[in-house]
Design a protein around this ligand. Structure first.
Ligand code: HEM
Length: 431
């Protein structure tokens, strides 16, 4: 059988098995086999009401318990699951005789210590409080610039015209991508992010390979350029490490683009949705721009962009009274854990004032805790302040189309009307 036919057959069979199990009531199949735009929160509730740890006939476990998710994420007996282990096909490929690096499969996000520790350490300095302070001005400038482009238009797409542009530009500047290449950089980022959910058909697989091929060629050029003329960006710092392989350099750079892109786009979108749905929150935001931080934090808890992650034990172990065989995936429903009533009072209510607002798991926990959490918080708060400062009467203007993804939750298309524009931008919050 040719590899193309085999891949198509595996994809088809995989979907058919999941659909059948979903009809039989299997919790994992219901989650992964239903329309990706459907509200997932009732499924998380039903998982939690079935027990702290729920077994699926699909050979994995699920939990929506905050305590259990946090414990597994911090437990060195569990490791990350290489993406290939969960997918029926290998989405990396050979093009022109050279193997493409799929960031999802090779970066430190999906590597265990000691490789994880070594690679994460190389880029960590950009994300410390000191590193972030250096980026605050860039973030404010980028937000203002894109809002200037929206200007006095009566309607716009909050995602396409604004939220989707800010994070990719910030990452591009961090990595040292020249301005002229930033549009292509954004296009590749989108293609790579779409693959995070797993490729669904051959067309998507081809698009992924094409995107990876172009992106790697671009990165090779950027690396050569930075070797010759180093700057104070991340790529320049990475190329200075002689012991870093080309694959690790490509995977690390791609990870920063992919991890920080759609996640932050959807945080901005989900936070704006929350403000539109809660007039009292809008009133407070207009009155006190500094409360954007709390609004962002409560959005991360109630409607996080990353809905789940997966770990597996290196050896057979016991978890919540069940024996989990070695290398069995345990799906940690972060978005479900964020509504666990054992931790959060009245968990389905949007309340930026809750005292434990930062106890959520939206950025995961343990050694893989999101490296860009501080940057994402800063970008989303600046975006909210900018948006509502300029357009205090912002309203939804039509149907919001959700991203067709189970892993990343947010709006793909978010039409809004600006109302009467107010030319006075809000002052940045000082916290
Ligand atoms: C709202 C925005 C974001 C959310 C919700 C988010 C969420 C997450 C989550 C849940 C993980 C851990 C996954 C796991 O434990 O398996 C993670 C890891 C990571 N994130 Fe983020 N992220 C966001 C923004 C960013 C940004 C802006 C960057 C950087 C530019 C970034 C870079 C990373 C990196 C490098 C990792 C891997 C950390 C490791 O494996 O040690 N993220 N993120």
């Amino acid at each position: 059988m040719s590899s193309t036919v085999r891949t198509a057959a595996l994809l088809f069979l995989g979907r058919a098995v999941v659909r059948t199990q979903a009809l039989l009531g299997d919790p994992a199949a219901r989650l992964f086999g239903t329309t990706p735009t459907r509200d997932p929160y009732p499924t998380y509730e039903s998982v939690r009401s079935s027990g702290a740890l729920v077994k699926s006939r699909m050979g994995l476990y699920l939990t929506a318990s905050h305590e259990l998710c946090d414990a597994v994420l911090r437990d060195p007996a569990y490791g990350v699951v290489p993406a290939g282990d969960l997918s029926p096909i290998d989405s990396s490929g050979y093009v022109d005789g050279r193997r493409l690096v799929n960031p999802v499969e090779e970066s430190f996000l999906v590597r265990n210590p000691p490789d994880h520790t070594r690679l994460r350490r190389l880029v960590a300095p950009w994300f410390t409080p000191r590193g972030l302070r250096a980026q605050a001005a860039t973030v404010e400038r980028v937000v203002a610039e894109y809002l200037d482009e929206v200007g006095d238009r009566p309607t716009f797409d909050l995602v396409g015209d604004f939220a989707a542009r800010v994070p990719v530009r910030v990452i591009a500047e961090l990595l040292g991508v020249p301005g002229a290449d930033q549009a292509a950089f954004a296009r590749w980022g989108k293609a790579l992010v779409n693959a995070l959910d797993g490729v669904r058909d051959l067309r998507e697989l081809r698009a992924l390979h094409e995107g990876l091929r172009e992106f790697e060629a671009f990165l090779d050029d950027l690396v050569a350029h930075r070797r010759a003329r180093p700057g104070d960006d991340i790529v320049s710092a990475l190329v200075a490490h002689d012991d870093l392989t080309r694959e690790d350099l490509v995977a690390t750079t791609e990870l920063l683009l992919v991890a920080g892109f759609e996640t932050t786009v959807n945080l901005i979108g989900n936070a704006a949705l929350a403000v539109l749905a809660h007039p009292e929150v809008r009133a407070r935001l207009l009155d006190d721009p500094a409360c954007a931080e709390a609004v962002v934090e409560e959005t991360l808890r109630l409607d996080p962009p990353v809905q789940y992650t997966v770990r597996m034990p290196f050896e057979a172990t016991h978890l919540a009274g069940a024996r989990v065989p070695r290398r069995t995936p345990v799906v940690l429903l972060l978005a479900g854990a964020n509504r666990d009533p054992a931790v959060f009072t009245d968990p389905h209510r949007f309340d930026p004032d809750r005292p434990d607002v930062r106890a959520h798991l939206a950025f995961s926990s343990g050694i893989h805790y999101c490296l860009g959490a501080g940057l994402a918080r800063m970008e989303a708060a600046a975006a909210l302040r900018g948006l509502f400062g300029r357009y205090p009467n912002l309203r939804a203007a039509g149907r919001i189309r959700r991203r067709p993804s189970r892993l990343i939750r947010g709006a793909a298309h978010f039409p809004v009307t600006t109302g009467a524009p107010q030319r006075r931008p809000m002052a940045p919050a000082t916290t």
